[in-house]
Ligand binder design. Structure first.
Ligand code: ZN
Length: 323
């Protein structure tokens, strides 16, 4: 039976329509064969080892070696084609844009990293977020676009760091939603979803679950869920231990999605509190993984009501069985 739900964290409406996934599909799939990772791609990939001089000078690395030479494990450089820059009049479009190359290996996405490698990526993103906070930026947005349909133009796995001199309206609305509730809405979302059977994975204090109000199929949320501690508002305040647990959970969730959905394109979006905002103390840092296995149709674009064809409880059970 179809069911209308409202997501606690975003306020978005979604109709869960499980039967719709089985409808006949006769339109051609134009995404097949869109990616490859042959030796020719690696030779001209600006993020591969040996091609360091084809990017702007690096601003951060882990590993060994001199800047802009091999030896790195995670390497962060300014984006050659930034979304925002320093020349804008409006602070919402003013800031800087960096790329974090996740691994020297062209074919290894976050889901293929070891425990140590995954942790090192989040430690690197924390270091840059602290740098930008201390530089006076209003907000730092972290994300991973993996695959062409998720927005990536370069196949080599990388995360992106976009800093802004103003807080984006959607972030402000989310802060307001946390502040308006007497209870922690992230924890409520977890408890409601896991209570219905939509939990996916637990690593130490960190939980992964499919939210009941998922606006698309196989969305997974990841956060520290511990009623005994005050929630961390952003990655820049997370301990090494928490980052390690978040990294392993994210890695395992991406591995599950790869196995279950046959290497889908995906976005990983970090929901972090802005640098300074009167509402930030009520916030709770979380990560969302969104597989790009469907596109928005005309109904969704026109009405703002999303359609999800996979019941999140079923999605969670399918993912949990994959490991
Ligand atoms: Zn590469």
């Amino acid at each position: 039976m179809n069911e209308l739900r409202t997501d606690r964290l975003t306020g978005r409406n979604v109709i869960i329509v499980p039967g719709r996934a089985t409808r006949p599909v006769t339109s051609p799939d134009r995404t097949v064969g869109a990616t490859s990772s042959g030796t020719a791609d690696i030779a001209k990939c600006p993020f591969c080892v040996g091609n360091e001089t084809t990017t702007p000078p690096e601003v951060f690395r882990t590993g060994s070696g001199a800047p802009d030479t091999p030896g790195w494990r995670v390497r962060i450089v300014p984006n050659l084609y930034p979304i925002v820059d320093e020349t804008q009049v409006s602070p919402i479009a003013q800031g800087c844009h960096e790329v974090a190359v996740l691994s020297p290996n062209h074919g290894t996405d976050f889901g293929g990293l070891s425990d140590l490698e995954a942790s090192e990526v989040l430690l690197s993103l924390r270091a840059r977020t602290i740098f930008h906070r201390d530089s006076g930026r209003a907000h730092t947005q972290l994300f991973i676009n993996q695959g062409r349909t998720a927005g990536a133009s370069i196949a080599h796995p990388h995360a992106q760091i976009v800093t802004l001199d103003a807080v984006p309206p959607m972030v402000e609305e989310e802060l307001q939603r946390f502040a308006n509730s007497p209870d922690n809405i992230l924890r409520q979302d977890f408890e409601e979803s896991s209570g219905a059977g939509a939990e996916v994975l637990t690593v130490g204090r960190v939980q992964a679950w499919c939210p009941l109000g998922s606006t698309s199929s196989y969305v997974v949320r990841i956060a520290e869920i511990d009623s005994k501690v005050t929630p961390t508002v952003g990655i820049e305040y997370a301990s090494d231990e928490l980052l390690n647990e978040m990294a392993i959970t994210l890695r395992d969730v991406l591995f599950m999605l790869t196995k279950t959905l046959n290497e889908p394109d995906y976005n990983v979006v970090f929901h972090n509190a802005p640098t300074s905002d009167k509402l930030r103390d009520n916030y709770h840092w979380w990560i969302e993984v969104i597989p790009r296995i469907s596109v928005l149709g005309g109904f969704e674009l026109g009405s703002g009501i999303y359609v999800n064809t996979v019941e999140p409880v079923v999605a969670a059970k399918t993912l949990a069985d994959a490991i």
